[in-house]
Design a protein around this ligand. Structure first.
Ligand code: SAM
Length: 236
């Protein structure tokens, strides 16, 4: 089982360092030319980011003392606007070096020197972040889709030990409609087929959160033609 788990992660790492990096770097960028499907995914994802920022803004966080961890940060689509809210410290972590490098480059361009100085970028598997390294808020957006449910639960267990006040995560919900759509192969078309997309039962994700002492305070769902993501904001 451990081998299988490491193998899954190796596939994800390789993909997001190569073809996946190129594909998602373009999708997660307003200036790049993309096709119709990719534009649809770009808009859906931007909406998810917007909703997560809305949750943080509604939480009246005291940013001057607040620390944030964004795991699976990608090119920094969420981490950078969070950094612009001037948290005390932000760690953006991704399993792909290509992603953390791109996130750091974009952050340096978009943030003030002071904001950038309070950010760190680390190439690491989220499950390797030590339990002693704790953050007020932990975000894990559009990452669990790359892992089967049992593994996603292990990840939530681990992140629960690292997050003090708030855990915001997103996943692709397993509803009958999306199961059918997935079977037809009508979403995640193109090279992204190189990784598998896993749907998760919202009930199971909520149970995993509750088992870890969380209470789901708010949720949001975004669906476009080719993108769908459910966000849960859990607090203690
Ligand atoms: N969260 C970002 C966003 O919403 O803009 C990026 C989402 S992208 C679809 C998924 C990202 O998760 C990729 O950059 C990938 O390298 C990263 N990732 C996948 N498995 C991971 C793991 N075990 N630990 C850390 N990052 C991981």
């Amino acid at each position: 089982l451990l081998c299988r788990k490491l193998d899954d992660k190796q596939v994800v790492t390789d993909y997001f360092n190569t073809t996946g990096f190129e594909r998602w770097r373009r999708i997660y960028s307003d200036s790049e030319q993309v096709n119709r499907v990719q534009r649809d995914i770009r808009l859906g994802h931007a909406e998810t980011v917007h909703k997560v920022l809305g949750m943080l803004d509604a939480a009246s966080v005291d940013w001057a003392t607040h620390t944030v961890l964004d795991v699976g940060c990608g090119v920094g689509s969420l981490a950078i606007p969070i950094a612009q809210r001037n948290p005390r410290y932000l760690l953006a972590c991704d399993i792909s070096t290509a992603m953390t490098t791109e996130a750091r480059t974009r952050a340096e361009q978009l943030l003030t020197a002071d904001q950038f100085a309070r950010c760190a970028f680390r190439t690491a598997d989220l499950e390797s972040i030590p339990e002693t390294e704790r953050f007020d808020t932990v975000c894990c957006i559009d990452v669990l889709i790359h892992y089967p449910t049992a593994q996603a639960a292990d990840m939530i267990d681990h992140l629960s030990k690292i997050a003090r006040q708030r855990l915001i995560l997103s996943f692709a919900p397993r509803t009958l409609y999306y199961v059918l759509l997935k079977r037809i192969g009508d979403f995640f078309p193109g090279p992204s087929k190189a990784t598998r997309a896993y749907l998760h039962s919202e009930k199971e994700i909520r149970e995993t959160l509750e088992r870890n002492g969380w209470r789901v305070q708010s949720s949001a769902f975004t669906a476009t033609r080719f993108y769908f993501s459910k966000v849960l904001e859990a607090i203690r």
